[in-house]
Design a binder for this molecule. Structure first.
Ligand code: SF4
Length: 413
Protein backbone atom coordinates (compact mmCIF):
# COMPACT_ATOMS: atom_id res chain seq x y z
CA UNK A 1 0.00 0.00 0.00
CA UNK A 2 1.31 3.46 -0.70
CA UNK A 3 1.93 5.63 2.31
CA UNK A 4 0.49 9.09 2.56
CA UNK A 5 3.25 11.63 2.48
CA UNK A 6 2.76 14.13 5.28
CA UNK A 7 5.83 16.26 4.51
CA UNK A 8 4.58 17.48 1.19
CA UNK A 9 1.60 19.85 1.28
CA UNK A 10 -1.37 18.59 -0.68
CA UNK A 11 -1.76 20.63 -3.81
CA UNK A 12 -5.33 21.47 -4.72
CA UNK A 13 -6.48 18.92 -2.13
CA UNK A 14 -4.78 16.10 -3.99
CA UNK A 15 -3.28 13.48 -1.74
CA UNK A 16 0.37 12.69 -2.18
CA UNK A 17 1.49 9.07 -2.14
CA UNK A 18 5.08 8.02 -1.78
CA UNK A 19 6.83 5.30 -3.74
CA UNK A 20 10.35 3.82 -3.89
CA UNK A 21 12.40 3.21 -7.05
CA UNK A 22 14.94 0.41 -7.39
CA UNK A 23 17.58 0.70 -10.12
CA UNK A 24 19.51 -2.48 -10.97
CA UNK A 25 23.05 -2.08 -12.34
CA UNK A 26 24.01 -5.69 -13.03
CA UNK A 27 27.73 -5.55 -13.85
CA UNK A 28 30.61 -6.94 -11.80
CA UNK A 29 34.34 -7.32 -12.37
CA UNK A 30 34.26 -10.96 -11.37
CA UNK A 31 31.60 -13.23 -9.91
CA UNK A 32 32.07 -13.85 -6.17
CA UNK A 33 32.11 -17.53 -5.20
CA UNK A 34 28.82 -17.37 -3.29
CA UNK A 35 26.90 -14.96 -5.52
CA UNK A 36 23.44 -15.95 -6.71
CA UNK A 37 22.41 -12.40 -7.69
CA UNK A 38 21.68 -11.39 -11.25
CA UNK A 39 25.08 -10.00 -12.22
CA UNK A 40 27.20 -10.23 -15.35
CA UNK A 41 30.97 -10.31 -15.58
CA UNK A 42 31.34 -7.33 -17.88
CA UNK A 43 31.45 -3.58 -17.52
CA UNK A 44 33.11 -2.07 -20.61
CA UNK A 45 32.39 1.63 -21.06
CA UNK A 46 30.30 1.07 -24.20
CA UNK A 47 28.14 -1.54 -22.45
CA UNK A 48 27.59 0.75 -19.46
CA UNK A 49 26.65 3.65 -21.75
CA UNK A 50 24.14 1.58 -23.67
CA UNK A 51 22.71 0.25 -20.42
CA UNK A 52 22.21 3.78 -19.04
CA UNK A 53 20.58 4.90 -22.34
CA UNK A 54 18.14 2.01 -22.02
CA UNK A 55 17.47 2.65 -18.35
CA UNK A 56 16.54 6.26 -19.14
CA UNK A 57 14.17 4.97 -21.79
CA UNK A 58 12.59 2.57 -19.29
CA UNK A 59 12.20 5.34 -16.69
CA UNK A 60 10.29 7.50 -19.21
CA UNK A 61 8.12 4.66 -20.45
CA UNK A 62 7.23 3.67 -16.90
CA UNK A 63 6.25 7.26 -16.04
CA UNK A 64 3.85 7.36 -19.03
CA UNK A 65 2.50 3.92 -18.08
CA UNK A 66 1.83 5.07 -14.50
CA UNK A 67 -0.10 8.11 -15.73
CA UNK A 68 -2.32 5.79 -17.77
CA UNK A 69 -2.66 3.29 -14.92
CA UNK A 70 -3.72 5.92 -12.40
CA UNK A 71 -7.27 5.85 -13.72
CA UNK A 72 -7.42 2.12 -12.99
CA UNK A 73 -5.84 2.16 -9.53
CA UNK A 74 -8.39 3.72 -7.18
CA UNK A 75 -5.89 4.77 -4.51
CA UNK A 76 -3.78 6.53 -7.13
CA UNK A 77 -6.27 8.30 -9.35
CA UNK A 78 -6.60 11.43 -7.20
CA UNK A 79 -3.01 11.41 -6.02
CA UNK A 80 0.33 12.93 -6.83
CA UNK A 81 3.03 10.28 -6.70
CA UNK A 82 6.22 11.33 -4.93
CA UNK A 83 9.43 9.32 -4.92
CA UNK A 84 10.86 9.29 -1.39
CA UNK A 85 13.52 6.59 -1.82
CA UNK A 86 15.81 5.40 -4.61
CA UNK A 87 18.04 2.36 -4.21
CA UNK A 88 20.75 1.77 -6.81
CA UNK A 89 21.75 -1.86 -6.36
CA UNK A 90 23.61 -4.53 -8.25
CA UNK A 91 25.84 -5.97 -9.38
CA UNK A 92 28.42 -3.38 -8.49
CA UNK A 93 27.02 0.11 -9.09
CA UNK A 94 30.38 1.65 -8.16
CA UNK A 95 31.79 0.29 -11.44
CA UNK A 96 29.79 3.14 -13.00
CA UNK A 97 31.40 6.56 -13.24
CA UNK A 98 29.87 9.42 -11.27
CA UNK A 99 28.71 11.07 -14.53
CA UNK A 100 26.75 7.90 -15.40
CA UNK A 101 25.06 7.83 -11.98
CA UNK A 102 24.32 11.54 -12.44
CA UNK A 103 22.64 10.81 -15.82
CA UNK A 104 20.43 8.14 -14.23
CA UNK A 105 19.39 10.37 -11.33
CA UNK A 106 18.81 13.35 -13.64
CA UNK A 107 16.61 11.11 -15.80
CA UNK A 108 14.57 10.19 -12.74
CA UNK A 109 14.28 13.84 -11.71
CA UNK A 110 13.05 14.74 -15.20
CA UNK A 111 10.27 12.13 -15.02
CA UNK A 112 9.26 11.94 -11.38
CA UNK A 113 8.58 14.28 -8.50
CA UNK A 114 11.11 13.68 -5.72
CA UNK A 115 10.56 14.27 -2.02
CA UNK A 116 12.76 17.03 -0.52
CA UNK A 117 13.98 14.53 2.10
CA UNK A 118 14.55 11.68 -0.37
CA UNK A 119 16.91 8.84 0.62
CA UNK A 120 19.16 7.82 -2.31
CA UNK A 121 21.24 4.73 -1.56
CA UNK A 122 23.95 3.31 -3.79
CA UNK A 123 25.66 -0.05 -3.30
CA UNK A 124 29.41 -0.22 -3.81
CA UNK A 125 32.45 -2.45 -3.49
CA UNK A 126 35.62 -1.17 -1.79
CA UNK A 127 37.96 -1.87 -4.74
CA UNK A 128 35.94 0.14 -7.25
CA UNK A 129 35.64 3.31 -5.15
CA UNK A 130 37.90 6.35 -5.45
CA UNK A 131 37.86 9.80 -3.86
CA UNK A 132 36.82 11.42 -7.17
CA UNK A 133 34.03 8.94 -7.78
CA UNK A 134 32.70 9.38 -4.24
CA UNK A 135 32.66 13.19 -4.56
CA UNK A 136 30.83 12.78 -7.90
CA UNK A 137 28.24 10.35 -6.49
CA UNK A 138 27.47 12.82 -3.71
CA UNK A 139 27.16 15.64 -6.22
CA UNK A 140 24.78 13.48 -8.27
CA UNK A 141 22.52 13.22 -5.20
CA UNK A 142 23.49 9.90 -3.59
CA UNK A 143 23.16 10.50 0.16
CA UNK A 144 23.48 6.96 1.55
CA UNK A 145 26.35 4.64 0.63
CA UNK A 146 26.28 0.91 1.21
CA UNK A 147 29.71 -0.80 1.07
CA UNK A 148 30.14 -4.57 0.64
CA UNK A 149 32.89 -5.13 3.22
CA UNK A 150 31.81 -8.74 4.13
CA UNK A 151 34.78 -9.33 6.48
CA UNK A 152 38.00 -7.80 7.77
CA UNK A 153 39.76 -11.17 7.50
CA UNK A 154 41.94 -11.50 4.37
CA UNK A 155 41.70 -15.31 4.33
CA UNK A 156 37.90 -15.25 4.38
CA UNK A 157 37.72 -12.47 1.78
CA UNK A 158 39.86 -14.48 -0.57
CA UNK A 159 37.77 -17.62 0.03
CA UNK A 160 34.65 -15.61 -0.86
CA UNK A 161 36.30 -14.52 -4.11
CA UNK A 162 36.16 -10.85 -3.19
CA UNK A 163 38.47 -8.48 -5.03
CA UNK A 164 39.45 -6.41 -2.00
CA UNK A 165 41.40 -7.10 1.17
CA UNK A 166 40.76 -5.87 4.69
CA UNK A 167 42.98 -2.80 4.26
CA UNK A 168 41.12 -1.75 1.10
CA UNK A 169 37.80 -2.24 2.94
CA UNK A 170 38.89 0.05 5.75
CA UNK A 171 40.27 2.71 3.37
CA UNK A 172 37.04 2.75 1.39
CA UNK A 173 35.05 3.61 4.53
CA UNK A 174 37.46 6.38 5.51
CA UNK A 175 37.44 7.70 1.93
CA UNK A 176 33.62 7.77 1.88
CA UNK A 177 33.61 9.79 5.10
CA UNK A 178 36.23 12.18 3.75
CA UNK A 179 34.10 12.67 0.64
CA UNK A 180 31.25 13.80 2.91
CA UNK A 181 29.07 10.68 3.22
CA UNK A 182 27.40 10.83 6.61
CA UNK A 183 25.03 7.90 6.10
CA UNK A 184 26.96 4.67 5.52
CA UNK A 185 25.90 1.03 5.65
CA UNK A 186 28.38 -1.84 5.80
CA UNK A 187 27.48 -5.39 4.67
CA UNK A 188 29.02 -8.35 6.52
CA UNK A 189 28.73 -12.12 6.19
CA UNK A 190 28.86 -14.90 8.76
CA UNK A 191 28.35 -18.66 8.69
CA UNK A 192 31.40 -18.90 6.39
CA UNK A 193 33.39 -22.13 6.05
CA UNK A 194 36.34 -21.95 8.44
CA UNK A 195 35.09 -18.78 10.12
CA UNK A 196 35.46 -18.82 13.91
CA UNK A 197 33.67 -16.75 16.51
CA UNK A 198 36.83 -14.68 17.13
CA UNK A 199 37.13 -13.89 13.37
CA UNK A 200 33.53 -12.73 13.35
CA UNK A 201 33.69 -10.62 16.49
CA UNK A 202 36.94 -8.96 15.53
CA UNK A 203 35.49 -7.99 12.11
CA UNK A 204 32.48 -6.48 13.85
CA UNK A 205 34.65 -4.65 16.39
CA UNK A 206 36.69 -3.18 13.57
CA UNK A 207 33.46 -2.13 11.82
CA UNK A 208 32.13 -0.47 14.99
CA UNK A 209 35.40 1.43 15.44
CA UNK A 210 34.79 2.98 12.00
CA UNK A 211 31.38 4.22 13.21
CA UNK A 212 28.95 3.38 10.37
CA UNK A 213 25.28 4.37 10.76
CA UNK A 214 23.94 0.99 9.72
CA UNK A 215 25.09 -2.64 9.46
CA UNK A 216 23.58 -5.51 7.46
CA UNK A 217 24.65 -8.99 8.57
CA UNK A 218 23.91 -11.93 6.30
CA UNK A 219 24.43 -15.60 6.95
CA UNK A 220 25.90 -17.51 4.00
CA UNK A 221 23.31 -19.15 1.75
CA UNK A 222 24.52 -21.77 -0.71
CA UNK A 223 22.87 -20.76 -3.99
CA UNK A 224 22.57 -23.13 -6.92
CA UNK A 225 24.88 -22.31 -9.84
CA UNK A 226 27.61 -20.71 -7.69
CA UNK A 227 31.19 -21.88 -7.16
CA UNK A 228 30.31 -22.51 -3.52
CA UNK A 229 27.39 -24.72 -4.57
CA UNK A 230 29.66 -26.86 -6.73
CA UNK A 231 32.27 -27.17 -3.95
CA UNK A 232 29.56 -27.95 -1.42
CA UNK A 233 28.09 -30.69 -3.62
CA UNK A 234 31.52 -32.25 -4.11
CA UNK A 235 32.09 -32.23 -0.34
CA UNK A 236 34.94 -29.71 -0.53
CA UNK A 237 33.12 -26.93 1.33
CA UNK A 238 32.38 -27.73 4.96
CA UNK A 239 29.62 -25.43 6.19
CA UNK A 240 29.61 -23.75 9.56
CA UNK A 241 27.90 -25.75 12.25
CA UNK A 242 24.30 -24.53 12.74
CA UNK A 243 24.77 -23.88 16.47
CA UNK A 244 27.91 -21.77 15.82
CA UNK A 245 26.04 -19.86 13.11
CA UNK A 246 23.27 -19.01 15.60
CA UNK A 247 25.82 -18.15 18.30
CA UNK A 248 27.55 -15.74 15.87
CA UNK A 249 24.20 -14.06 15.24
CA UNK A 250 23.35 -13.70 18.93
CA UNK A 251 26.82 -12.42 19.84
CA UNK A 252 26.51 -9.84 17.06
CA UNK A 253 23.17 -8.60 18.41
CA UNK A 254 24.66 -8.22 21.90
CA UNK A 255 27.78 -6.44 20.70
CA UNK A 256 25.94 -4.10 18.33
CA UNK A 257 23.29 -3.28 20.95
CA UNK A 258 26.00 -2.26 23.39
CA UNK A 259 27.23 0.28 20.81
CA UNK A 260 23.78 1.73 20.11
CA UNK A 261 22.88 -0.26 16.97
CA UNK A 262 19.31 -1.48 17.28
CA UNK A 263 18.22 -4.50 15.26
CA UNK A 264 15.08 -3.45 13.37
CA UNK A 265 14.90 -6.36 10.91
CA UNK A 266 16.31 -9.89 11.06
CA UNK A 267 19.55 -8.90 9.28
CA UNK A 268 19.64 -5.14 9.76
CA UNK A 269 20.91 -2.90 12.56
CA UNK A 270 20.87 0.89 12.73
CA UNK A 271 21.58 3.78 15.02
CA UNK A 272 18.41 5.63 16.07
CA UNK A 273 16.62 7.11 13.07
CA UNK A 274 19.09 5.62 10.54
CA UNK A 275 16.98 2.68 9.34
CA UNK A 276 16.94 2.19 5.56
CA UNK A 277 13.71 3.78 4.35
CA UNK A 278 13.80 1.96 1.02
CA UNK A 279 14.20 -1.55 2.44
CA UNK A 280 11.47 -0.88 4.99
CA UNK A 281 9.12 -0.52 2.01
CA UNK A 282 9.76 -4.16 1.06
CA UNK A 283 9.04 -5.42 4.58
CA UNK A 284 5.95 -3.21 4.95
CA UNK A 285 4.55 -4.09 1.50
CA UNK A 286 4.67 -0.49 0.32
CA UNK A 287 4.85 0.30 -3.37
CA UNK A 288 8.09 0.27 -5.35
CA UNK A 289 9.00 0.18 -9.02
CA UNK A 290 12.10 -1.64 -10.28
CA UNK A 291 14.13 -0.59 -13.34
CA UNK A 292 16.88 -2.47 -15.11
CA UNK A 293 17.67 -6.09 -15.80
CA UNK A 294 15.49 -8.52 -13.81
CA UNK A 295 14.23 -5.78 -11.44
CA UNK A 296 10.97 -6.52 -9.59
CA UNK A 297 8.08 -4.19 -8.89
CA UNK A 298 5.07 -4.13 -6.58
CA UNK A 299 2.23 -1.69 -7.03
CA UNK A 300 -1.00 -2.10 -5.09
CA UNK A 301 -1.26 -5.85 -5.33
CA UNK A 302 0.27 -6.06 -8.83
CA UNK A 303 3.67 -7.71 -9.18
CA UNK A 304 6.00 -8.20 -12.09
CA UNK A 305 9.69 -8.59 -12.90
CA UNK A 306 11.75 -7.42 -15.83
CA UNK A 307 13.39 -9.73 -18.35
CA UNK A 308 16.58 -11.33 -17.05
CA UNK A 309 18.42 -11.60 -20.36
CA UNK A 310 20.38 -8.44 -21.23
CA UNK A 311 19.67 -8.94 -24.95
CA UNK A 312 15.91 -9.31 -24.38
CA UNK A 313 15.72 -6.42 -21.94
CA UNK A 314 17.58 -4.22 -24.45
CA UNK A 315 15.46 -5.37 -27.43
CA UNK A 316 12.20 -4.52 -25.66
CA UNK A 317 13.38 -1.02 -24.89
CA UNK A 318 14.67 -0.53 -28.45
CA UNK A 319 11.07 -1.15 -29.55
CA UNK A 320 9.83 1.30 -26.89
CA UNK A 321 8.21 -1.49 -24.93
CA UNK A 322 8.44 -2.03 -21.19
CA UNK A 323 10.85 -4.96 -20.68
CA UNK A 324 8.54 -7.05 -18.50
CA UNK A 325 8.82 -10.82 -18.32
CA UNK A 326 5.17 -11.65 -19.05
CA UNK A 327 5.37 -14.88 -17.03
CA UNK A 328 5.98 -12.93 -13.82
CA UNK A 329 2.96 -10.62 -14.00
CA UNK A 330 0.58 -11.38 -11.22
CA UNK A 331 -2.24 -9.76 -9.30
CA UNK A 332 -2.19 -10.95 -5.69
CA UNK A 333 -5.38 -12.46 -4.31
CA UNK A 334 -6.40 -11.27 -0.84
CA UNK A 335 -5.07 -14.58 0.51
CA UNK A 336 -1.68 -13.98 -1.19
CA UNK A 337 -1.51 -10.43 0.11
CA UNK A 338 -2.19 -11.50 3.68
CA UNK A 339 0.51 -14.19 3.46
CA UNK A 340 3.11 -11.79 2.07
CA UNK A 341 2.15 -9.04 4.52
CA UNK A 342 2.76 -11.45 7.41
CA UNK A 343 5.85 -13.11 5.93
CA UNK A 344 7.67 -9.87 5.21
CA UNK A 345 6.25 -7.91 8.17
CA UNK A 346 7.45 -10.45 10.73
CA UNK A 347 11.03 -9.85 9.55
CA UNK A 348 10.81 -6.48 11.32
CA UNK A 349 11.50 -6.61 15.05
CA UNK A 350 8.41 -4.47 15.67
CA UNK A 351 6.42 -7.10 13.74
CA UNK A 352 3.13 -6.28 12.03
CA UNK A 353 0.61 -3.67 13.10
CA UNK A 354 -2.77 -5.24 13.90
CA UNK A 355 -4.47 -1.95 13.03
CA UNK A 356 -2.73 -1.78 9.66
CA UNK A 357 -3.76 -5.40 9.05
CA UNK A 358 -7.43 -4.57 9.65
CA UNK A 359 -7.26 -1.41 7.53
CA UNK A 360 -5.68 -3.26 4.62
CA UNK A 361 -7.73 -6.43 4.63
CA UNK A 362 -11.03 -5.26 6.13
CA UNK A 363 -10.95 -7.95 8.85
CA UNK A 364 -9.13 -8.29 12.16
CA UNK A 365 -6.00 -10.48 12.34
CA UNK A 366 -7.48 -12.95 14.86
CA UNK A 367 -10.63 -13.22 12.77
CA UNK A 368 -8.67 -14.17 9.66
CA UNK A 369 -6.44 -16.59 11.61
CA UNK A 370 -9.19 -17.93 13.92
CA UNK A 371 -8.40 -21.55 12.99
CA UNK A 372 -4.73 -21.05 13.98
CA UNK A 373 -5.54 -19.40 17.31
CA UNK A 374 -4.56 -22.48 19.38
CA UNK A 375 -1.24 -22.80 17.56
CA UNK A 376 -0.55 -19.08 18.02
CA UNK A 377 -1.27 -19.40 21.76
CA UNK A 378 1.08 -22.39 21.86
CA UNK A 379 3.87 -20.40 20.14
CA UNK A 380 3.22 -17.59 22.59
CA UNK A 381 3.49 -19.95 25.57
CA UNK A 382 6.74 -21.30 24.13
CA UNK A 383 8.06 -17.72 23.96
CA UNK A 384 8.37 -17.65 20.13
CA UNK A 385 5.77 -15.03 19.31
CA UNK A 386 3.96 -12.30 21.19
CA UNK A 387 1.30 -9.68 20.62
CA UNK A 388 -0.23 -6.70 22.27
CA UNK A 389 -3.78 -7.21 23.56
CA UNK A 390 -4.81 -3.86 22.12
CA UNK A 391 -6.33 -3.89 18.63
CA UNK A 392 -3.97 -1.07 17.70
CA UNK A 393 -0.87 -2.92 18.91
CA UNK A 394 1.55 -5.23 17.09
CA UNK A 395 2.31 -8.94 16.72
CA UNK A 396 5.98 -9.90 16.56
CA UNK A 397 8.53 -12.71 16.74
CA UNK A 398 10.53 -12.90 19.96
CA UNK A 399 14.30 -13.40 20.08
CA UNK A 400 13.84 -17.21 20.12
CA UNK A 401 11.09 -16.98 17.50
CA UNK A 402 13.50 -15.31 15.06
CA UNK A 403 15.71 -18.43 15.13
CA UNK A 404 12.78 -20.53 13.86
CA UNK A 405 11.19 -17.72 11.87
CA UNK A 406 10.65 -19.74 8.70
CA UNK A 407 8.64 -22.36 10.57
CA UNK A 408 6.42 -19.71 12.20
CA UNK A 409 6.02 -17.54 9.11
CA UNK A 410 4.93 -20.62 7.14
CA UNK A 411 1.77 -20.72 9.32
CA UNK A 412 0.57 -17.48 7.73
CA UNK A 413 0.99 -18.28 4.04
S1 SF4 B 1 30.04 -8.04 -6.09
FE1 SF4 B 1 28.01 -8.57 -5.31
S2 SF4 B 1 26.74 -8.84 -7.13
FE2 SF4 B 1 28.88 -8.83 -7.81
S3 SF4 B 1 29.44 -10.96 -7.91
FE3 SF4 B 1 30.04 -10.24 -5.87
S4 SF4 B 1 28.26 -10.64 -4.55
FE4 SF4 B 1 27.59 -10.81 -6.66
Amino acid sequence: MMTTNSRDPNQNNRQTRSIGLYIHLPFCQRKCNYCGFLSLEEHAEQIRKQYVDNLLQEIELRRDWLEEMKARLPRLCQSSVIVDSIFIGGGTPSLFEAAEIQRILDGIRASWQLDDQIEITMESNPNSLSHEKLIGYRKAGVNRLSIGIQSFDDGLLSQLGRLHDAKCGESSILMAKEAGFSNINLDFMFGLPGQRMDHWISSLQKAISLDPNHLSLYTLQIEEGTNFYRSYKSGALPLMDESLDRACYHQAIKLLNSFGYRRYEISNFAKAGQECRHNLKYWSMDDYLGFGLGASSYLQGNRWSNRRSLAEWTDSLSCRQLPIDAGTEKMDSKHDEIGIFMFTGLRKTCGVSLLEFEKRFGEGFFHVFASQRDLLEQYRNEGLIDWSESKTGNLWLTESGIDVSNQIMAEFV
